[in-house]
Design a protein around this ligand. Structure first.
Ligand code: AMP
Ligand code: MG
Length: 353
């Protein structure tokens, strides 16, 4: 399939690009576009066949439902049931990087909801996706634009690498603002199913209530108890084995240094500096004082890890507050829960590669 690639300024997308994307969506085609969180791969949410195609192109399991993106809070009410208080809080939060799960109204195709009686809805802020929804006049079902199990696309070039030749159109709008997916909050239980760009602290401020956290949000829940289908699958993973370092920041140097060129280290600029001249490949996420930048670059750097030709990568853990909470969820999954804090533990992980 020929894929049209359009480059655009994500803050002021060209009308020609938006018109072409809306037309493709209404014709049942797939379009990849930037949002404020990560890139999405979208289809008309009312077009069953087009939505089925999203699963096919991503290699996504059919029991893993899609998030439906709408233009306004009013549009949301047509798709799902909300209490008055929740609707009020959402009208302050949206457009923004929070997805909510509510009881569905049964008007979306089963392919979108994977047959559940609930639906995941978000009113995104990114100008490109917002303009496409408005122009097309339909809700857009869109999961993250990555091949299943791989890290999400945070730049146009990632999306092009995954989907050129597989979708009708890709809009390259440079870097997505957050670089991490939306937070998924189940409004029925007030539980975070997936932490993301909208932090637990922001949820508490907006709703006047602490969200329920726990093993699902941390990314440590077992596959047996699944509330959000997507959480049971391997996710965000580079092909290179990845281990999370959970010990004292400065001690990682002596543990990883002996592996020289066969290892890569992903972490803050300051931590990376320790490895200068050791042969260990350093992949800097940015200054330790800027959590937002380090989270923003995380997927990009996980994708980069596969291009540097090392036997394994070590990634420094994030402090679990704010955006760091979501970043840790991604790292646990990207590493298949493999972490270490001593050289014995690291050796064991390497022996099992
Ligand atoms: P993605 O858009 O690829 O970031 O993935 C969407 C996430 O939303 C997946 O983890 C889905 O399992 C989750 N999701 C979508 N719809 C529902 C729903 N009705 N109930 C619970 N989780 C959902
Ligand atoms: Mg995803």
């Amino acid at each position: 399939m020929e894929t049209l690639v359009f480059k655009t300024d994500p803050k002021r997308p060209s009308q020609r690009t938006i018109d072409a994307a809306a037309e493709a969506i209404l014709n049942g085609r797939l379009v990849v576009f930037p949002t404020e969180t990560v890139y999405g791969i979208g289809a008309d949410a009312f077009n069953e066949k087009a939505c089925r195609n999203i699963y096919k192109v991503k290699g996504r399991a059919s029991d893993n439902p899609l998030i439906v993106h709408v233009y306004s809070v009013e549009d949301t009410m047509k798709l799902g049931s909300f209490s008055r208080e929740h609707a009020k809080a959402l009208s302050r939060i949206w457009p923004g990087p929070l997805t909510v799960i509510v009881k569905g109204k049964g008007i979306l195709p089963e392919t979108v909801t994977a047959g559940l009686d609930s639906v995941a809805i978000r009113c995104p802020k990114g100008r490109v996706i917002r303009s496409i929804i408005k122009k097309a006049g339909v809700p857009i079902a869109a999961p993250s634009a990555n091949i299943s199990t791989k890290p999400s696309s945070t730049k146009g070039e990632h999306a092009i690498g995954y989907f050129r030749g597989k979708v009708a159109m890709i809009i390259d709008g440079g870097e997505a603002d957050y670089g991490i997916e939306s937070t998924i909050l189940d409004l029925r239980s007030f539980r975070i199913l997936r932490p993301g760009a909208f932090t637990p602290e922001q949820i508490e401020r907006a709703f006047g209530r602490k969200p329920v956290l726990g093993r699902l949000a941390e990314g440590t829940a077992s596959a047996k108890r699944v509330i959000s289908p997507g959480t049971k699958y391997r996710h965000y993973a580079p092909s290179t084995p990845l281990f999370v370092y959970t010990g004292d920041r400065r001690a990682v140097y002596s543990l990883v240094r002996p592996f020289g060129r066969s290892a890569a280290f992903i972490g803050s600029e300051e931590s990376c500096n320790m490895f200068k001249g050791t042969g260990v490949r350093c992949i800097s996420l940015g200054p330790s004082k800027s959590l937002r930048i380090r989270v923003h670059r995380l997927f990009d750097k996980l994708i980069e890890l596969d291009s540097v030709g090392v036997k394994f990568g070590v990634v420094e853990q994030f402090d679990g507050k704010g955006l760091g909470y979501a970043a840790m969820n991604r790292l646990r999954k990207a590493s298949s829960h493999k972490s270490f804090s001593t050289s014995e533990e690291l050796k064991k992980l390497i022996d099992n590669i």
